[in-house]
Design a protein around this ligand. Structure first.
Ligand code: PLP
Length: 609
């Protein structure tokens, strides 16, 4: 159709926000989860990808995959052109003064590590101080702790109030002539707080202190202008702004980047290399050693194009209405408490269920059964959880494709979960006076495992298996409160877990244990571990292949035994306790052997006399 001047889009008008079209652009939103349409509310962890981004990445590999910067061939030139075009898009996206100020990294984490290692190596000395805030993601804590340890510097922390807002007066007091850098999060991933970074930067600059802003949770929700903020560094990840994983950005002021040494050495970051001396490439290549994620950068460029087409202002307005609506709906559910009530928030609601007490883990698993994907736990912000005295929260986080209808559904399901839990509130178990440890479930862990695998084999779907785990948990033998001590606490679990073990009286190498958790799912897992391990010989416990067992139960996909998992922490504790008993048994055996070696000698001499 020929366009008349009236029908032609007018450049100065903001793009229209068409939620139906936006949802159509994200193919994953058409899938189901556990038999329900997917409701994806884990966007602070990672966002979904529009078809356009997926296609751009495929097209890169299909049509011009080649290495960049070092090629005279056409494909190499095309790949370089696309990669550098992506850099230019990021520059415009952040309104950086120059493309030299845009360094591609693996993500926000690597961007912060780059500054800690490079800036830190050059400018931080023993006795210096780095200021961060209490609401930082671990990726804006640990790199600074590592640097401080290496250099003998100190980490200072800006406190937060009950609403989850930074205490700016306290911040000012922390700044001293020894402060070498301030590093703060723009938007908190655990509380949703939007920090007054412009003000924070102004205060630091008045004292000549540079500032890094962790923008991992900001760039997909609001327009960021690094020149207006006047930040010295700004970090973000591609995957949280509708782009691929494995690519991220560090913005740095050119003047500062020039003064910083490279942090990784290798190809692409050099001007010339001889065995006598290497000179480094100009910015930004000086900080991009080795082959980067070229397709990732190109994909990020496409994601930025998409976000710009929808319009960040439109996205922000839509997400604000989602946040307001969800806050109202969640607050209206009795027993639900929102953690983080800052006056300026975006896209994140963290909550706990106090009455009846319901662990975040259980809330997350139950919502998942309805196709609702949220995140539970400490969200890589353990100090925030400690500040509120909770092990973790359930967190819903929004993106441009979420809808009011989805929130209404989540609120209904959550209210039902809370009501059901209230109806079934566990009566305080009658704890007997003496400790009652469960009888062994089978003659060995292997036989116990075989019996459990048989039971689970009958259950085909995850919801059925989940119900079975809950059923096991309901029959868990009670654990007296006096055993729930700090020493018996198992760290590394999302919920609160205690395990108390002993050597079975009358035996030298049999371990038995009681355990409990505030999460129903974890109580069920404890029951399974108890059936396998409790009442068994420690040698059998230590030789049992638990990973294979959970894989055979079909639970490994839902409950990975990875390093961050509470199940792994429980297994570890049980195995440690088994080792302890084995060691005691060994020592006892040695003592007895020594005694028997001495006894005949004595009796012989007695006989002689
Ligand atoms: N900073 C914040 C505030 C985050 O939320 C995250 C990720 O959740 C990160 C940094 C780290 O991002 P990435 O794991 O993509 O490097």
């Amino acid at each position: 159709m020929k366009q008349t001047p009236e029908s032609r889009p007018r450049a100065h008008l903001p793009p229209l926000f068409d939620l139906v079209r936006i949802r159509e652009a994200f193919p994953i939103l058409r899938r189901t989860v556990n038999g329900h349409p997917l409701i994806y509310l884990d966007n602070a962890a990672t966002t979904q990808k529009p078809q356009g981004v997926i296609e751009v990445i495929s097209r890169f590999y299909e049509q011009y995959n080649a290495n960049i910067h070092r090629s005279v061939n056409l494909l190499g030139q095309l790949a370089t052109q696309e990669f550098e075009e992506a850099r230019a898009k990021v520059q415009r996206f952040l309104n950086a003064a120059s493309a030299k100020e845009i360094i591609f990294t693996r993500g926000a984490t690597e961007a912060i590590n780059l500054v800690a290692q490079s800036f830190g190596r050059a400018f931080v000395q023993a006795g210096d101080e780095i200021v961060i805030s209490h609401m930082e993601h671990h990726s804006n804590i640990v790199p600074w702790q590592m640097l401080c340890e290496e250099k003998g510097a100190k980490l200072r922390v800006i406190p937060i109030d009950e609403n989850g807002e930074l205490l700016l007066e306290e911040y000012e007091k922390l700044l001293t002539p020894r402060t070498k850098l301030v590093s703060v999060v723009h938007v908190s991933n655990s509380l949703g707080t939007i920090n007054p970074v412009k003000e924070i930067i102004r205060i630091a600059h008045a004292r000549g202190i540079p500032v890094l802003v962790d923008g991992a949770q900001a760039v997909s929700h609001m327009r960021v202008d690094v020149q207006d903020l006047d930040c010295d560094f700004y970090a973000f990840s591609g995957h949280k702004v509708y782009g691929p994983t494995g690519i991220g950005v560090l913005y740095g002021k050119e003047e500062l980047l020039r003064k910083m040494p490279p942090w990784q050495g290798g190809g692409d970051m050099i001007a010339s290399v001889t065995f006598a001396k290497t000179t480094y490439a100009d910015l930004p290549n000086k900080f991009e050693a080795g082959t980067p994620d070229i397709a990732g950068a190109v994909g990020l460029g496409a994601a930025i194009d998409y976000v710009e087409r929808v319009g960040l202002e439109n996205i922000a307005a839509h997400e604000e209405s989602l946040l307001q609506h969800a806050t109202r709906r969640l607050q209206a559910i009795p027993g639900v408490r929102i953690i983080g009530k800052a006056a300026r928030k975006t896209a994140v609601i963290s909550f706990v269920v106090d009455d009846p007490p319901l662990s975040a883990l259980d809330v997350g698993v139950k919502l998942d059964l309805h196709g609702i994907e949220i995140r539970t736990g400490h969200h890589c912000c353990q100090p925030v959880m400690d500040r509120y005295g909770i092990p973790g929260t359930a967190r819903i986080s929004f993106a441009m494709y979420n809808t009011i209808a989805e929130i209404d559904y989540v609120a209904e399901v959550l209210a039902k979960i809370v009501n059901e839990a209230a109806g079934k509130a566990r009566p305080t178990p009658q704890v007997p006076r003496e400790l009652i440890f469960p009888k062994p479930f089978a003659p060995s862990p292997a036989v116990a495992a075989a019996k459990l695998i048989e039971t689970f084999d009958f259950l085909e779907t995850w919801p059925e298996r989940y119900q079975m785990i809950l059923e096991f948990g309901r029959k868990l033998p009670p654990m007296p409160d006096e055993l729930k001590t700090e020493a018996n606490r198992v760290r590394g679990c999302q919920s609160t877990v205690h395990i108390a073990a002993r050597k079975r009286p009358g035996t030298s190498d049999v371990l038995e244990f009681l355990a409990d958790s505030d999460a129903d799912l974890v109580r069920g897992l404890i029951a399974i571990l108890q059936k396998v391990y409790s009442g068994q010989r420690v040698s059998d416990i230590l030789s049992f292949d638990v990973e294979n067992f959970f894989a055979r139960l079909g639970l490994d996909k839902h409950l990975t035994l990875g390093r961050r998992n509470g199940l792994a922490a429980m297994v570890q504790r049980i195995r440690d306790l088994a080792r302890q008993i084995a060691e005691e048994a060994r020592q006892e055996e040695e003592r007895l052997k020594e005694e028997t070696q001495q006894r005949p000698a004595k009796s012989v001499s007695a006989g002689v006399s």
